[in-house]
Design a protein around this ligand. Sequence first.
Ligand code: COA
Length: 385
Amino acid sequence: MSEYLPGLEGVPATRSNISFIDGEKGILAYRGYPIEQLAAHSNFEETTLLLLDGQLPSSDELEQFDSQLRRNRRVKYNIREMMKHLPKNGHPMEMLQTALASLGMFYPSNECMVGSDLCEDLDYIHNMTVKIIARMPVIVTMWAHIRSGYDPVEPRPDLSYAENFLYMYTGAEPDPELARILDTCLILHAEHTINASTFAALVAGSTLASPYGVIAAAIGTLSGPLHGGANEKVVHMLHEIGSPENVSRWLDRKLASKEKIWGMGHREYKVKDPRATILQGLMEKLAESRGGRVSPLLETALALEDAAEARLGPKGVYANVDFYSGILYAEMGIRTDQFTPIFAVARAAGWLAHWREQLADNRIFRPTQVYTGETGREFVPIDQR
Ligand code: COA
């Protein structure tokens, strides 16, 4: 029997050529392209196509994909009606999971997937991918209005993916600098090998579940604070600390009581997450271009990262992608509980690329377990227990 490794640490669950991490050197690459180059030169639409197809697209291919995304932004009004009946104080990740799963009812997709060639039909996979990637941000931004009792803002086909997100979220013309920052955040969150939510997507995909079921499973998995939910926790934590001079005492107290420092640590990285470095740079650049008029949370975050590095660095615990992303989203006027849904919007690109890869060489996931329970017990009637 093979050895049981809690959390499957170090256990390969699949073969993949989508992304690569070197956690000792702090390297992340999508399809062989370093994340720093994609963040500097690509956009989310192009990066998504790269993740899906494995190649940087030609300008015609990108234009075609971009226009498919723009054409698929509208969602059926019954979805909006359904969303109006969800509790207004529910978490947006629960809303997103519910709404995504409901797309399978409103746009049936795989009635005949089992026993057909659909799972190898690249057109089918591409069409499903477009429908999901185009609509996820629309659902997230619709909720921002519906939960306040307003009708959502209509999507605009003349705007890019990130611009349309900001436009639909705020109802105002998007600020180009913030739209570019959001675009970069989406690129950085789009893919990250076999993390928990991608693994959940693979497991669901391996049963030939519909792509909506696959993405709903992944969204539920991403929602936990040990995974995507950490960005929200980071901002609450920084508010709790209050200011840079409180960092040291606060950190001592937390570490003494063995509490987590949110946005720190990663199963894969033993150095600073390269995405955190890029996000920190974006935040500092934004502060510079605004003459320092950004949230004071940045100063507290910088002080906390410094102090935590001294204490947690020896364990290989450094800032991860969630450490700076929340502060950036807050600068865009996005509410804290909507941070993880944005992560989900971006990560859908990776989930769907892995779904496609899984279907191309599918075998249902069915691991084994180490049984630690009782054996050979005699049933006792209820009146004799
Ligand atoms: N704060 C304080 N200590 C931390 C820590 C954190 N955020 N992350 C890890 N550590 C410590 C652990 O307490 C452990 O210390 P010990 O060896 O003295 O017991 C050691 O570092 C190893 O951590 P472990 O929990 O085994 O790592 P993991 O690979 O199982 O977990 C995470 C990885 C991401 C779940 C974990 O680092 C964490 O919970 N981070 C905070 C949540 C977060 O930001 N998640 C987003 C990830 S992108």
